[in-house]
Structure formats: C-alpha cells, structure tokens
Design a protein around this ligand. Structure first.
Ligand SMILES: C[S@@+](CC[C@H](N)C(=O)[O-])C[C@H]1O[C@@H](n2cnc3c(N)ncnc32)[C@H](O)[C@@H]1O
Length: 314
C-alpha cells in the first residue's frame, strides 16, 4: 500500500498534515469551537488526555498565539496525559493518569488559586473491539475528567469530553446534567459517522448545593442510591437523553477523496514520543512462541536470545 493510500482514505488525516496539526483530532475541537464558540475569551484551560497534542495545539493557536507578550503571562494551559508529548508554545505538560486524585491536585496547584474556564478531554482507552466494554471504559474515563472538572472549573465554565454512545451512556449524561445547565451531544464532521464516538459539550458549570468535589466513580459505587437520588430525585432514574448537534462541512470523514494533480505527500507533523502500545511491547519483549506454546519470561529471566547465546558459549 503506497504512502498516499491513507491520504486518499482519510481527508482529515491529509488536511491535518497539510495544515500543521499533529493529529486529525485537532479538527474535532476546531469544529466544536466553530459551533459553540467554546474558546472565546478563554485564558485558562485544561486539556486532559492530550497526547500527541493536536487539541493543545488548537488551544495554543487560539488562546496563546494571538495575544501580546504581556497578555500571554495570564494565559494558562495545562496538557495532561500518561504518554509524553513534544512541547507546544504556551502549554505546560503534566505526565499523569487522570483517574488519580494526585493528578487533580497537581492541576489545582498549577492554577495557583484561580480556576479554569474550560476543561476538554479526548481520552480514549485502548480499544478492544467489544463495544459494550469499550463504551464502559470510555464512560469511566469521562467520569474521571468530570470529577477533575468539579475541582477546577469556575462557575459558568465549559466542558467538552469524548463519549462512546453505548449502553451505559445515559448514566453519564445524568451526571453531566447534575453539574451543567446546558449539555448536548456533538458530532464533529471530522468524526466518522460509522464510529460510536461523539462528544458532550456542556456549558454553564454550576456546583450543586452541598456537593463536595470528589471522585464521582467512587461516589457512585459507595452510595449509588444516594448519588442517583441527588441527581434525579428518584431512586431509579429515567433514561437520559441529550440534544444532538452535528457539525457540517464540505468533507465527509467516511468518504475517500481522489488526490488532485497538486497533491504532495506530507510526513506526520510530530510523531508520537511513545508508541501507544509501548507498555505491551515492553512486557512481551521476552515472550517467545515455540511449537504452538507460549514461553513467558519474567523480569530478570534471560531472554530466548540470551539463552541461545549462552548455549553457544558453553
Ligand atoms: C485520542 S488520544 C488524544 C488525542 C489528542 N486529543 C490530540 O488531539 O492529539 C487519547 C489519549 O488518551 C490518553 N489516556 C487514556 N487514558 C488516560 C488516563 N487514564 N490518563 C491520562 N491519559 C489517558 C492516551 O494516552 C492517549 O494519548
């Protein structure tokens, strides 16, 4: 398959490289901003699950680059991910897991007593292909992002996060309605129609009376009935729906587009610093397959290669 094949099949992948974005996902945030003016007047933002940094580039381009040197001192953007990412002007990187409370504390410390006006989260778990499981894991990640937001968003602030429309999404919608006056499901045109991916866009953050910021996942498991009652006033809540908003543009992410005569192949703007499956690669480095059986070598045990060399030398 030639280098141009993916450029034909994925118009947003091609456009991202042409326009200098690290990831095609940058268009999803750009399209959300086009639809909701999410970044208007914002100077303090958090990008959760940010690597390789497409969304952070958008934040930098809209919030940092257009401002004067004096104004830039008041711009605060923090990008959080378990993977490392190459630096971006005006963006502070925090390498951390968003499901940990220590990460929420580190973000609070970064803002030094101020609060953020916007939290965005494009977090995605490693996909298994099992829609129910992937949807469940995605919902857990979104709830972690929402939990962090309850600590650091200012009243009236906004939130955008990735969801997979799946069996348990209603519970997540209910949680969002608990904290925001306005919430909808948004489908950018850069997100394929064939994908269950969508984004929740929530405006007008409002801390419910008597709610103390906490990990919402833990809260749900420790006192599910209380959490449900707080949210709905009922013991068993009805299925929750949110209004659906779609972004329209000249390109369809599911279509292939021919390359015209001016087409020039571009390399990726910034390759990821760590491969997505780095941890698995490390763990399976010492695994060999012999006669249809697996040989798992534990840390510290010699690899198959070393064993072979040892045999040669003895
Ligand atoms: C789709 S990518 C984000 C792309 C990014 N918005 C961009 O435009 O470049 C999803 C990211 O979620 C991160 N992630 C998944 N679970 C996480 C967690 N628990 N804490 C922090 N990052 C996480 C992954 O490391 C991955 O970099």
């Amino acid at each position: 398959m030639g280098k141009s094949s993916k450029d034909k099949r994925d118009i947003f992948y091609r456009l991202a490289k042409e326009q200098g974005w690290r990831a095609r996902s940058a268009f999803k945030l750009l399209q959300a901003d086009e639809t909701f003016n999410l970044l208007d007047g914002v100077t303090r933002a958090v990008d959760l699950c940010a690597a390789p940094g497409g969304w952070s580039q958008v934040l930098s381009k809209k919030m940092y680059e257009p401002r004067t040197a004096e104004e830039r001192q008041h711009v605060k953007i923090i990008a959080v991910d378990m993977q490392g990412m190459a630096p971006i002007d005006g963006v502070t990187e925090l390498r951390a897991d968003i499901t940990k409370e220590s990460t929420a504390n580190a973000i609070i410390e970064f803002f030094g007593g101020q609060k953020a006006q916007l939290v965005v989260s494009d977090g995605a778990p490693d996909i298994t292909g099992n829609h129910d499981w992937d949807g469940y894991m995605q919902a857990q990640l979104l709830l972690s992002a929402l939990s962090i937001s309850t600590y650091i968003l200012e009243e009236g602030g906004s939130f955008m996060g990735k969801v997979y429309r799946a069996a348990n999404t209603s519970e997540v919608y209910r949680q969002l309605k608990r904290f925001f006056k306005e919430a909808c499901v948004f489908k950018p045109s850069a997100s394929r129609n064939s994908s269950i991916e969508a984004f929740v866009v929530c405006r007008q953050f409002k801390m419910p009376k008597d709610h103390v910021p906490c990990n919402l996942i833990t809260e749900w498991y420790i006192r599910p009935e209380q959490a449900l009652k707080d949210i709905t006033g009922l013991k068993y809540g009805p299925v929750e729906h949110l209004p659906f908003v779609a972004h329209q543009c000249e390109y369809d992410a599911d279509l292939s587009y021919d390359l015209n005569e001016n087409y020039e192949h571009h390399e990726a703007v910034q390759k990821p610093l760590t491969a997505a499956y780095q941890a698995v690669i490390e763990k399976t480095r010492n695994m060999s397959m012999k006669y249809n059986s697996y040989v798992v070598r534990h840390d510290g045990e010699p690899s198959a290669e070393q064993e072979k060399n040892d045999k040669k030398t003895t």
